[in-house]
Design a protein around this ligand. Structure first.
Ligand code: UD1
Length: 417
């Protein structure tokens, strides 16, 4: 199994290109199921989760090809099997995103209950509740959700909590429903808006994406389109935190600063300097940061997907920091690994108190989920000596060539196979 070895202490300098957003690409790829015409998606990152999604779509009879420039051509003219098997769904929870499109287009879907990151229970009750309100019948059989509906009908759906993929699934399902669907308490994440823009390019009638009420007027069919995926705000944030933690001067290109307000605000509070342009960000950091307080919450508040990386940085900050995680109940698995490097962290319930220490020391640590892996890489950049991060297959699910991008900036990082 691949590992990363990092010799800490090097500052990061130079320019880095940010990839397309994983969490926008995944739902956009499943949108191909909604039309019999070709969908071409540009700026798709080369990631394991993307390959998993393409395999899943191909198992259903969708033709898919990915070129070296990150463009994917999909054609779902014939869907031979509306099944998402346990073998694929267990490795990636986002597979549940095929549910809405399949039932809308074919009137039938058979999707295994999801697996994915081990960061909490992550049920799918809201996805199911919404589809049922639109007239679907859903039964559970041998760990599979079996959904059927002759044709979905528009409905008023008020979600009990804000769910990103739940909102996306229902928005896609509603595009082909009979009548108007209102999704209330909808997720406002930029990736939801990106998906809405792609669906609009395919002929869907959607308004309100980016607000907490999305209105979808169903149409008879959608057509083909070409769409470019937005930049990855979490990859952007991860590189910013890496520079803040290690010190240096880096320009990030191909980014969307407007999707990063909460992250940039918290970074500035740590004392780093950030300048923003239309599609770039420049960060200058001494490598010394101040303690901060943060609380994760749905967009536009601070993203849970940036919590672990910030915590790594806080381990060496001046003073005591506090993190409150409100989205996932089990998202502190990086804590015990950071403690192996000498971090002073106490967790009580969903709150973590981090007292900055003068130095972290390299050790062998184990990645437990996608963003936790990124936090261990950041800790390794700050630590003295060598940090070995094991089980980095999690990292490969969500970061494109992270060690290559970091080493171009001057990090001493290598992959051990
Ligand atoms: C998406 C992101 C993930 C991010 C998360 C929160 C993708 C592919 N993944 O995951 O990177 O960490 O948003 O920003 O976009 N919940 C329920 N019932 C449901 C659905 C969700 O109780 O039916 C709960 C979950 O257990 C969790 C919370 O709602 O506590 C938020 O989950 P959700 O927004 O659905 O996360 P994902 O869409 O899976």
């Amino acid at each position: 199994m691949d590992k990363l070895a990092i010799d800490g202490g090097a500052a990061l300098n130079g320019t880095v290109e940010i990839s397309g957003a994983k969490n926008a690409a995944l739902p956009i790829l499943t949108a191909a199921l909604l039309t019999a015409e070709p969908l071409i998606v540009d700026n798709v990152p080369h990631l394991r989760d993307v390959s998993t999604m393409l395999n899943l779509l191909m198992q259903m009879g969708v033709s898919a090809s990915l070129d070296e420039h990150g463009s994917v051509a999909l054609n779902a003219a014939t869907i031979t099997s509306p099944v998402a098997s346990y073998e694929l769904v267990k490795t990636m929870r986002a597979s549940v995103l095929v549910l809405g499109p399949l039932i809308a287009r074919l009137g039938e879907a058979r999707v295994s209950l999801p697996g994915g990151c081990a960061i909490g229970l992550r049920p799918v009750d809201q996805h199911l509740k919404g589809l049922q309100a639109m007239g679907a019948t859903i039964v559970m059989e041998d760990g599979y959700m079996i959904a059927r509906a002759k044709r979905l009908r528009g409905a008023r759906i008020c979600l009990d909590l804000v769910t990103v993929t739940g909102t996306e699934n229902l928005m896609m399902a509603a595009t082909l429903a009979d009548g108007i669907t209102y999704i209330e308490n909808a997720a406002r994440e930029p990736e939801v808006v990106d998906l809405a823009h792609c669906l609009q390019a395919m002929g869907a009638k959607i308004s309100g994406a980016g607000s907490d009420v999305i209105t979808v007027e169903g149409v008879g069919e959608l057509h083909g389109a070409r769409y470019r995926v937005m930049p990855d705000r979490i990859e952007t944030g991860t590189f910013l935190v890496a520079v803040a933690a290690a010190g240096g001067d880096v320009c990030l290109n191909g980014v969307r600063p407007d999707t990063l307000d909460a992250v940039l605000e918290k970074l500035r509070e740590t004392g780093v300097q950030i300048e923003a342009g239309g599609d770039w960000l420049q960060i200058k950091a001494s490598g010394e940061t101040q303690a901060i307080q943060l609380r994760t919450a749905p967009y536009p508040a601070f993203p849970t997907d940036m919590q672990a990386q910030f915590m790594a940085m806080m381990c060496k900050a001046q003073g005591a920091s506090r993190v409150v995680e409100t989205i996932f109940e089990n998202r502190y698995m990086h804590v015990q690994e950071l403690q192996r490097l000498g971090a002073d962290i106490a967790v009580e319930g969903n709150t973590a108190l981090i007292k900055g220490v003068p130095q972290l020391r390299g050790a062998t640590v184990m990645a437990t989920d996608l963003r936790a892996s990124a936090s261990l890489v950041i800790a390794g950049l700050m630590a003295s000596g060598t940090t070995t991060v094991e089980r980095i297959y999690h990292l490969d699910r969500g970061y494109e060539r992270i060690e290559e991008k970091l080493s171009r900036l001057g990090a001493r990082i290598r992959r051990l196979r």
